[in-house]
Design a protein around this ligand. Sequence first.
Ligand SMILES: [Zn+2]
Length: 404
Amino acid sequence: MGRKMATSELVALLSDREDQTPPGRIVRALSERGTLSASQIANVTGLAKSTVSTTLNALRKSGIVVEGGSLENGRSIGAGRPATALTLNPRAGTCIGIGIGLFHIQLIVADLAHTILSDQSRTLAADYTPEEALATIEALLVESYADPQLSRDAVLGVGVAIAGPVNPQDGRILRGGGLPTWAGLDIRQLVEPLFDCPIFADNESNCAAIAEMMWGSAQGHEDFVLFKLDLGVGGAIVSHGRVITGVAGAAGEFGHMSIDPEGDLCRCGNRGCLELTASFVRPLEMASRRFGYALQIADVIARAQGGDVGCRRLIEDTAEAAGRGLGIICATVNPGLIVIGGSMARAGDMLLGPLAASYEKHALVKSTDVPGVARTRIVAGTFARSDACLGAVGLVLRHHNRLG
Ligand SMILES: [Zn+2]
Protein backbone atom coordinates (compact mmCIF):
# COMPACT_ATOMS: atom_id res chain seq x y z
CA MET A 1 0.00 0.00 0.00
CA GLY A 2 1.27 3.49 -0.80
CA ARG A 3 2.64 6.10 1.50
CA LYS A 4 -0.51 8.25 1.24
CA MET A 5 -2.70 5.44 2.58
CA ALA A 6 -0.31 4.72 5.45
CA THR A 7 -0.24 8.44 6.25
CA SER A 8 -4.01 8.92 6.37
CA GLU A 9 -4.50 5.80 8.49
CA LEU A 10 -1.72 6.90 10.81
CA VAL A 11 -3.17 10.39 11.16
CA ALA A 12 -6.50 8.81 12.11
CA LEU A 13 -4.87 6.46 14.65
CA LEU A 14 -2.65 9.16 16.16
CA SER A 15 -5.32 11.88 16.24
CA ASP A 16 -7.97 9.91 18.05
CA ARG A 17 -7.51 10.64 21.74
CA GLU A 18 -9.78 7.84 22.90
CA ASP A 19 -8.74 5.12 20.47
CA GLN A 20 -8.35 2.07 22.72
CA THR A 21 -8.49 -0.48 19.88
CA PRO A 22 -5.42 -2.73 19.53
CA PRO A 23 -4.12 -0.84 16.43
CA GLY A 24 -4.63 2.49 18.22
CA ARG A 25 -2.76 1.33 21.31
CA ILE A 26 0.12 -0.20 19.34
CA VAL A 27 0.56 2.89 17.14
CA ARG A 28 0.51 5.13 20.22
CA ALA A 29 3.08 2.94 22.03
CA LEU A 30 5.44 3.02 19.02
CA SER A 31 4.93 6.74 18.56
CA GLU A 32 5.88 7.38 22.20
CA ARG A 33 8.84 5.02 22.42
CA GLY A 34 10.25 4.96 18.90
CA THR A 35 11.39 1.34 18.63
CA LEU A 36 9.95 -1.73 20.34
CA SER A 37 9.90 -5.51 19.89
CA ALA A 38 6.58 -7.37 19.70
CA SER A 39 6.95 -8.63 23.27
CA GLN A 40 7.81 -5.12 24.53
CA ILE A 41 4.65 -3.88 22.77
CA ALA A 42 2.64 -6.53 24.65
CA ASN A 43 4.19 -5.36 27.95
CA VAL A 44 3.62 -1.67 27.29
CA THR A 45 0.06 -1.96 25.97
CA GLY A 46 -1.11 -4.80 28.17
CA LEU A 47 -2.50 -6.57 25.10
CA ALA A 48 -2.26 -10.35 24.76
CA LYS A 49 0.73 -11.55 22.70
CA SER A 50 -1.59 -13.19 20.15
CA THR A 51 -3.54 -9.92 19.70
CA VAL A 52 -0.27 -8.01 19.26
CA SER A 53 0.88 -10.55 16.67
CA THR A 54 -2.27 -10.42 14.50
CA THR A 55 -2.58 -6.63 14.79
CA LEU A 56 1.09 -6.14 13.90
CA ASN A 57 0.63 -8.32 10.80
CA ALA A 58 -2.16 -6.03 9.60
CA LEU A 59 -0.21 -2.85 10.47
CA ARG A 60 2.86 -4.15 8.61
CA LYS A 61 0.76 -5.06 5.58
CA SER A 62 -0.65 -1.54 5.38
CA GLY A 63 2.83 -0.03 5.69
CA ILE A 64 2.16 1.66 9.05
CA VAL A 65 4.69 -0.46 10.97
CA VAL A 66 8.06 -1.52 9.55
CA GLU A 67 11.17 -3.36 10.76
CA GLY A 68 14.02 -1.05 11.69
CA GLY A 69 15.90 0.80 14.39
CA SER A 70 17.60 -0.90 17.28
CA LEU A 71 16.28 -2.17 20.58
CA GLU A 72 17.82 -1.13 23.87
CA ASN A 73 16.70 -4.18 25.84
CA GLY A 74 15.13 -6.12 23.05
CA ARG A 75 17.37 -9.18 22.77
CA SER A 76 15.65 -12.35 23.80
CA ILE A 77 17.08 -14.10 26.82
CA GLY A 78 19.13 -17.27 26.31
CA ALA A 79 19.98 -18.77 22.96
CA GLY A 80 16.87 -17.55 21.13
CA ARG A 81 17.23 -15.33 18.07
CA PRO A 82 17.29 -11.58 18.69
CA ALA A 83 13.90 -9.91 18.74
CA THR A 84 12.88 -7.89 15.68
CA ALA A 85 12.89 -4.12 16.18
CA LEU A 86 9.71 -2.42 14.98
CA THR A 87 8.98 1.25 14.36
CA LEU A 88 6.23 3.30 12.75
CA ASN A 89 7.00 3.78 9.05
CA PRO A 90 9.48 6.67 9.01
CA ARG A 91 8.41 7.49 5.43
CA ALA A 92 4.76 7.91 6.39
CA GLY A 93 5.21 11.49 7.52
CA THR A 94 7.05 13.94 9.73
CA CYS A 95 6.53 15.75 13.04
CA ILE A 96 7.62 19.32 13.64
CA GLY A 97 8.87 20.89 16.85
CA ILE A 98 9.06 24.67 17.14
CA GLY A 99 10.96 26.30 19.98
CA ILE A 100 9.94 29.91 20.63
CA GLY A 101 12.72 31.25 22.87
CA LEU A 102 13.60 34.70 24.16
CA PHE A 103 16.06 35.49 21.37
CA HIS A 104 15.68 32.68 18.86
CA ILE A 105 13.26 30.41 17.09
CA GLN A 106 14.24 26.82 16.34
CA LEU A 107 12.51 24.27 14.13
CA ILE A 108 13.23 20.53 14.25
CA VAL A 109 11.76 17.95 11.86
CA ALA A 110 11.68 14.30 12.94
CA ASP A 111 10.20 11.13 11.53
CA LEU A 112 7.97 8.68 13.40
CA ALA A 113 10.94 6.45 14.20
CA HIS A 114 12.29 9.38 16.32
CA THR A 115 15.10 10.25 13.89
CA ILE A 116 15.92 13.97 13.64
CA LEU A 117 15.88 14.94 9.95
CA SER A 118 16.47 18.68 10.17
CA ASP A 119 17.38 21.22 12.86
CA GLN A 120 17.40 24.93 11.96
CA SER A 121 17.29 28.08 14.02
CA ARG A 122 17.33 31.86 13.65
CA THR A 123 18.31 34.55 16.13
CA LEU A 124 15.85 37.40 16.69
CA ALA A 125 16.03 40.70 18.55
CA ALA A 126 14.57 40.71 22.10
CA ASP A 127 10.81 41.36 22.34
CA TYR A 128 10.12 40.20 18.78
CA THR A 129 6.46 40.26 17.79
CA PRO A 130 4.18 37.27 17.01
CA GLU A 131 4.13 38.46 13.36
CA GLU A 132 7.94 38.33 13.20
CA ALA A 133 7.80 34.89 14.79
CA LEU A 134 5.36 33.62 12.18
CA ALA A 135 7.48 34.95 9.29
CA THR A 136 10.56 33.29 10.83
CA ILE A 137 8.77 29.95 11.27
CA GLU A 138 7.67 30.09 7.62
CA ALA A 139 11.24 30.76 6.47
CA LEU A 140 12.57 27.90 8.63
CA LEU A 141 9.88 25.60 7.19
CA VAL A 142 10.97 26.35 3.64
CA GLU A 143 14.62 25.63 4.55
CA SER A 144 13.77 22.47 6.49
CA TYR A 145 11.63 20.97 3.72
CA ALA A 146 14.02 21.92 0.89
CA ASP A 147 15.00 18.23 0.69
CA PRO A 148 12.78 16.72 -2.06
CA GLN A 149 12.50 13.52 0.04
CA LEU A 150 10.45 15.47 2.59
CA SER A 151 6.88 16.55 1.96
CA ARG A 152 5.05 19.31 3.78
CA ASP A 153 1.81 17.49 2.85
CA ALA A 154 2.65 14.67 5.23
CA VAL A 155 3.13 16.62 8.48
CA LEU A 156 1.44 14.60 11.22
CA GLY A 157 1.57 17.18 14.00
CA VAL A 158 3.26 20.35 15.19
CA GLY A 159 4.49 20.91 18.74
CA VAL A 160 5.30 24.37 20.09
CA ALA A 161 7.57 25.04 23.08
CA ILE A 162 7.11 28.51 24.57
CA ALA A 163 9.31 30.47 26.98
CA GLY A 164 6.45 30.92 29.42
CA PRO A 165 3.53 29.08 31.02
CA VAL A 166 0.73 27.90 28.74
CA ASN A 167 -2.88 27.38 29.80
CA PRO A 168 -3.52 23.72 28.88
CA GLN A 169 -7.26 24.36 28.56
CA ASP A 170 -7.17 26.95 25.78
CA GLY A 171 -3.53 27.15 24.59
CA ARG A 172 -3.14 30.78 25.63
CA ILE A 173 0.16 32.10 26.95
CA LEU A 174 -0.10 33.10 30.62
CA ARG A 175 1.35 36.14 32.29
CA GLY A 176 4.71 35.74 34.02
CA GLY A 177 6.63 34.10 31.19
CA GLY A 178 9.75 35.17 29.32
CA LEU A 179 7.70 36.81 26.54
CA PRO A 180 5.69 39.38 28.56
CA THR A 181 4.15 41.10 25.52
CA TRP A 182 2.78 37.74 24.33
CA ALA A 183 0.57 37.15 27.41
CA GLY A 184 -2.94 36.17 26.34
CA LEU A 185 -1.83 35.09 22.85
CA ASP A 186 -3.52 31.94 21.48
CA ILE A 187 -0.71 29.68 20.20
CA ARG A 188 -3.06 27.68 18.00
CA GLN A 189 -4.27 30.84 16.26
CA LEU A 190 -0.66 31.93 15.79
CA VAL A 191 0.61 28.84 13.95
CA GLU A 192 -2.65 27.55 12.41
CA PRO A 193 -2.26 29.56 9.17
CA LEU A 194 0.85 27.47 8.37
CA PHE A 195 -0.37 23.97 9.23
CA ASP A 196 -3.27 21.67 8.53
CA CYS A 197 -2.63 19.11 11.29
CA PRO A 198 -3.01 18.72 15.07
CA ILE A 199 -1.17 21.36 17.11
CA PHE A 200 0.34 20.77 20.55
CA ALA A 201 1.95 23.28 22.92
CA ASP A 202 3.55 23.54 26.34
CA ASN A 203 6.08 25.70 28.16
CA GLU A 204 9.78 25.09 27.49
CA SER A 205 10.58 23.38 30.80
CA ASN A 206 7.79 20.85 30.33
CA CYS A 207 9.08 20.24 26.80
CA ALA A 208 12.66 19.91 28.12
CA ALA A 209 11.46 17.18 30.49
CA ILE A 210 9.91 15.29 27.57
CA ALA A 211 13.19 15.60 25.62
CA GLU A 212 15.19 14.22 28.56
CA MET A 213 12.70 11.35 28.95
CA MET A 214 12.70 10.40 25.26
CA TRP A 215 16.31 11.05 24.26
CA GLY A 216 18.35 12.13 27.30
CA SER A 217 19.23 11.63 30.97
CA ALA A 218 15.77 10.40 32.02
CA GLN A 219 15.49 7.65 29.37
CA GLY A 220 13.78 4.65 30.92
CA HIS A 221 12.27 6.79 33.71
CA GLU A 222 8.60 7.71 33.77
CA ASP A 223 8.61 9.45 37.16
CA PHE A 224 11.07 12.29 37.73
CA VAL A 225 11.47 16.02 38.23
CA LEU A 226 13.29 18.35 35.85
CA PHE A 227 14.81 21.33 37.65
CA LYS A 228 16.03 24.07 35.33
CA LEU A 229 18.81 26.35 36.54
CA ASP A 230 19.70 29.17 34.20
CA LEU A 231 18.98 32.92 34.11
CA GLY A 232 15.51 31.79 35.14
CA VAL A 233 14.48 28.88 37.35
CA GLY A 234 11.78 26.48 36.20
CA GLY A 235 10.98 22.84 35.96
CA ALA A 236 8.55 20.04 35.31
CA ILE A 237 7.03 17.12 37.17
CA VAL A 238 6.69 13.88 35.18
CA SER A 239 4.42 11.18 36.54
CA HIS A 240 3.72 7.89 34.73
CA GLY A 241 5.35 9.31 31.60
CA ARG A 242 3.11 12.40 31.50
CA VAL A 243 4.06 15.95 32.38
CA ILE A 244 1.77 17.32 35.08
CA THR A 245 0.55 20.67 33.76
CA GLY A 246 -1.92 21.46 36.55
CA VAL A 247 -5.35 22.94 36.00
CA ALA A 248 -3.97 26.28 34.68
CA GLY A 249 -0.48 25.30 33.47
CA ALA A 250 1.46 26.49 36.55
CA ALA A 251 2.65 23.08 37.81
CA GLY A 252 6.43 22.79 37.98
CA GLU A 253 7.03 26.57 38.05
CA PHE A 254 9.54 26.00 40.84
CA GLY A 255 11.20 29.40 40.36
CA HIS A 256 8.13 31.13 41.73
CA MET A 257 7.80 29.32 45.03
CA SER A 258 7.95 32.21 47.49
CA ILE A 259 10.54 31.20 50.09
CA ASP A 260 10.91 34.63 51.75
CA PRO A 261 7.73 36.71 52.15
CA GLU A 262 9.90 39.70 53.15
CA GLY A 263 12.21 39.22 50.17
CA ASP A 264 12.64 41.32 47.03
CA LEU A 265 9.87 41.81 44.51
CA CYS A 266 9.97 39.18 41.74
CA ARG A 267 9.08 39.78 38.07
CA CYS A 268 5.96 37.66 38.69
CA GLY A 269 4.59 40.15 41.25
CA ASN A 270 5.27 37.97 44.29
CA ARG A 271 8.04 38.52 46.85
CA GLY A 272 11.07 36.41 47.71
CA CYS A 273 10.68 33.82 44.93
CA LEU A 274 13.27 31.04 44.66
CA GLU A 275 14.30 32.42 41.25
CA LEU A 276 15.72 35.55 42.90
CA THR A 277 18.32 33.52 44.81
CA ALA A 278 18.76 30.40 42.66
CA SER A 279 18.91 31.90 39.16
CA PHE A 280 22.34 32.93 37.91
CA VAL A 281 21.37 36.56 37.21
CA ARG A 282 22.87 38.08 40.36
CA PRO A 283 26.02 35.90 40.38
CA LEU A 284 26.60 36.96 36.75
CA GLU A 285 26.30 40.63 37.74
CA MET A 286 28.82 40.08 40.54
CA ALA A 287 31.26 38.25 38.28
CA SER A 288 30.87 40.86 35.56
CA ARG A 289 31.63 43.67 38.04
CA ARG A 290 34.69 41.84 39.24
CA PHE A 291 36.14 41.15 35.79
CA GLY A 292 35.00 44.44 34.25
CA TYR A 293 33.00 43.05 31.33
CA ALA A 294 29.67 41.26 30.78
CA LEU A 295 30.23 37.53 31.42
CA GLN A 296 27.94 34.71 30.26
CA ILE A 297 27.14 31.63 32.38
CA ALA A 298 29.59 29.57 30.31
CA ASP A 299 32.38 32.10 31.06
CA VAL A 300 31.86 31.80 34.82
CA ILE A 301 31.81 27.98 34.59
CA ALA A 302 35.01 28.01 32.52
CA ARG A 303 36.76 30.35 34.99
CA ALA A 304 35.63 28.19 37.93
CA GLN A 305 36.92 25.08 36.20
CA GLY A 306 40.18 26.93 35.56
CA GLY A 307 40.62 27.40 39.31
CA ASP A 308 39.01 30.80 40.02
CA VAL A 309 37.75 30.43 43.58
CA GLY A 310 35.35 33.40 43.31
CA CYS A 311 33.53 31.91 40.31
CA ARG A 312 33.47 28.55 42.04
CA ARG A 313 31.89 30.17 45.09
CA LEU A 314 29.14 31.73 42.94
CA ILE A 315 28.26 28.29 41.53
CA GLU A 316 28.28 26.76 45.02
CA ASP A 317 26.00 29.52 46.36
CA THR A 318 23.56 28.87 43.51
CA ALA A 319 23.65 25.14 44.32
CA GLU A 320 22.92 25.88 47.99
CA ALA A 321 19.91 28.08 47.09
CA ALA A 322 18.63 25.57 44.54
CA GLY A 323 18.88 22.74 47.10
CA ARG A 324 16.57 24.68 49.39
CA GLY A 325 13.97 24.74 46.62
CA LEU A 326 14.52 21.05 45.91
CA GLY A 327 13.83 20.34 49.58
CA ILE A 328 10.32 21.74 49.08
CA ILE A 329 9.97 19.57 45.97
CA CYS A 330 11.02 16.53 48.03
CA ALA A 331 8.23 17.26 50.50
CA THR A 332 5.77 17.64 47.60
CA VAL A 333 6.55 14.77 45.22
CA ASN A 334 9.64 13.02 46.68
CA PRO A 335 11.07 12.17 43.24
CA GLY A 336 13.45 9.25 42.66
CA LEU A 337 15.29 11.19 39.96
CA ILE A 338 16.00 14.90 39.55
CA VAL A 339 17.42 15.99 36.20
CA ILE A 340 19.15 19.39 36.31
CA GLY A 341 18.47 21.29 33.09
CA GLY A 342 19.52 24.72 31.83
CA SER A 343 22.98 26.19 31.26
CA MET A 344 24.10 25.65 34.86
CA ALA A 345 24.02 21.87 34.31
CA ARG A 346 27.22 22.31 32.30
CA ALA A 347 29.10 23.02 35.53
CA GLY A 348 28.82 19.26 36.23
CA ASP A 349 30.09 17.98 39.58
CA MET A 350 31.07 21.47 40.69
CA LEU A 351 27.33 22.20 40.83
CA LEU A 352 25.93 18.72 41.49
CA GLY A 353 28.13 18.06 44.56
CA PRO A 354 27.01 21.09 46.63
CA LEU A 355 23.48 20.74 45.19
CA ALA A 356 23.19 17.17 46.49
CA ALA A 357 24.56 18.30 49.88
CA SER A 358 22.06 21.16 50.08
CA TYR A 359 19.23 18.84 49.02
CA GLU A 360 20.23 16.40 51.75
CA LYS A 361 20.19 19.26 54.28
CA HIS A 362 16.75 20.58 53.26
CA ALA A 363 14.95 17.36 52.30
CA LEU A 364 12.52 15.71 54.68
CA VAL A 365 13.83 12.20 53.98
CA LYS A 366 17.60 11.90 54.56
CA SER A 367 19.62 9.43 52.49
CA THR A 368 20.61 7.58 55.68
CA ASP A 369 16.90 7.00 56.47
CA VAL A 370 16.31 4.74 53.48
CA PRO A 371 17.98 2.02 51.37
CA GLY A 372 19.77 2.99 48.14
CA VAL A 373 16.78 2.34 45.88
CA ALA A 374 14.70 4.90 47.80
CA ARG A 375 17.31 7.67 47.58
CA THR A 376 16.87 10.59 45.18
CA ARG A 377 19.47 10.67 42.39
CA ILE A 378 20.45 14.09 41.02
CA VAL A 379 21.96 14.08 37.51
CA ALA A 380 22.79 16.66 34.85
CA GLY A 381 20.53 16.90 31.81
CA THR A 382 21.80 15.80 28.39
CA PHE A 383 20.55 18.76 26.38
CA ALA A 384 21.04 22.44 26.91
CA ARG A 385 19.88 24.77 24.16
CA SER A 386 17.89 22.34 22.00
CA ASP A 387 15.94 20.65 24.78
CA ALA A 388 12.75 22.69 24.47
CA CYS A 389 12.48 22.31 20.70
CA LEU A 390 13.29 18.61 20.82
CA GLY A 391 10.63 18.22 23.49
CA ALA A 392 8.16 20.04 21.22
CA VAL A 393 8.64 17.17 18.73
CA GLY A 394 8.02 14.89 21.71
CA LEU A 395 4.70 16.64 22.42
CA VAL A 396 3.48 15.37 19.05
CA LEU A 397 4.94 11.86 19.36
CA ARG A 398 3.57 11.44 22.89
CA HIS A 399 0.29 13.19 22.13
CA HIS A 400 0.78 15.59 25.00
CA ASN A 401 -1.21 18.82 25.45
CA ARG A 402 -3.09 18.94 22.18
CA LEU A 403 -4.83 22.26 21.57
CA GLY A 404 -8.43 22.28 20.39
ZN1 LIG B 1 8.26 35.02 41.14
